[in-house]
Design a protein around this ligand. Structure first.
Ligand SMILES: NC(=O)c1ccc[n+]([C@@H]2O[C@H](COP(=O)([O-])OP(=O)(O)OC[C@H]3O[C@@H](n4cnc5c(N)ncnc54)[C@H](OP(=O)(O)O)[C@@H]3O)[C@@H](O)[C@H]2O)c1
Length: 208
């Protein structure tokens, strides 16, 4: 099992290329109250980016932004349930209001869902896992891309998973959502490449 910090070191070479460029940029990081998203927000802030955080749990968002501010970084947050279209719109509007623009979107929010076989998987739970991973990544990308294209620059990083590439039993919605994110990433990357926007996905294994 890798810790979030160990994960970042694993991806250090590619992340360093980004970090050298993040100073004075604005990053919207979803699912950033805890876990991997929190580590990404902290590292981006340390490297000089203004970070805008979002998730459902205000206490975690408050403590992460407070910690970033105490360390001299710039951070803001808004609570949102990203499985709702209206909340996705509000998050992008709130980030723009706070920092004026979004240079980097990290679609990290997610949850694994029930650990049950396909035939027992409740449809509502299936929809909810797809909504927070795949649908929110699509909606947020749709919302930030027009301004990125107008500026001729921007980065979208989609958090997928090894589950997108290999069969782990009892996680059908998660596997479908994270595999869908790879398809979304490829298409958005192809569309964005000629307009100055880089779109990547990463596929971590288990992270504590
Ligand atoms: N940990 C791993 O082993 C692993 C491996 C591969 C990929 N990943 C992916 O990496 C990402 C982060 O994982 P993690 O381990 O850091 O998970 P985590 O610690 O559970 O954090 C997930 C974050 O997403 C937020 N979130 C969940 N549902 C949300 C919703 N409906 N609306 C808004 N925010 C929501 C959570 O906040 P609230 O609950 O407060 O909303 C939390 O901030 C996920 O996409 C996960 O699938 C993780």
């Amino acid at each position: 099992m890798l810790s979030p910090v160990a994960l970042l070191h694993w991806f250090l070479p590619s992340i360093l290329m980004v970090l050298m460029l993040v100073k004075d940029h604005v990053a919207l990081v979803t699912g950033s109250g805890r876990g991997i998203g929190r580590a990404i927000a902290q590292l981006f802030a340390k490297e000089g980016a203004a970070v805008f955080l979002t998730a459902r749990t205000e206490k975690e968002l408050f403590s992460t932004t407070a910690e970033i501010s105490r360390n001299g970084g710039r951070a803001g947050y808004v609570t949102a349930d990203l499985s709702r279209e209206g909340d996705c719109t509000s998050v992008v509007a709130a980030a723009g209001e706070k920092f004026g623009k979004i240079d980097i979107l990290v679609n990290n929010a997610g949850h694994y869902g029930p650990v049950v076989p396909v035939e027992e998987y409740p449809l509502a739970e299936f929809d909810s896992v797809i909504a927070v991973h795949l649908r929110a990544a699509f909606l947020l990308s749709k919302l930030v891309l027009p301004e990125m294209y107008a500026r001729g620059s921007g980065v979208i990083l989609n958090m997928s998973s090894l589950s997108a590439k290999a069969a782990y039993s009892w996680g059908s919605a998660y596997a479908a959502a994270t595999a869908g994110m790879l398809g979304l990433t490829r298409v958005t990357a192809a569309e964005g490449a000629r307009k100055g926007v880089r779109v990547n996905a990463i596929c971590p294994g288990p992270v504590t």
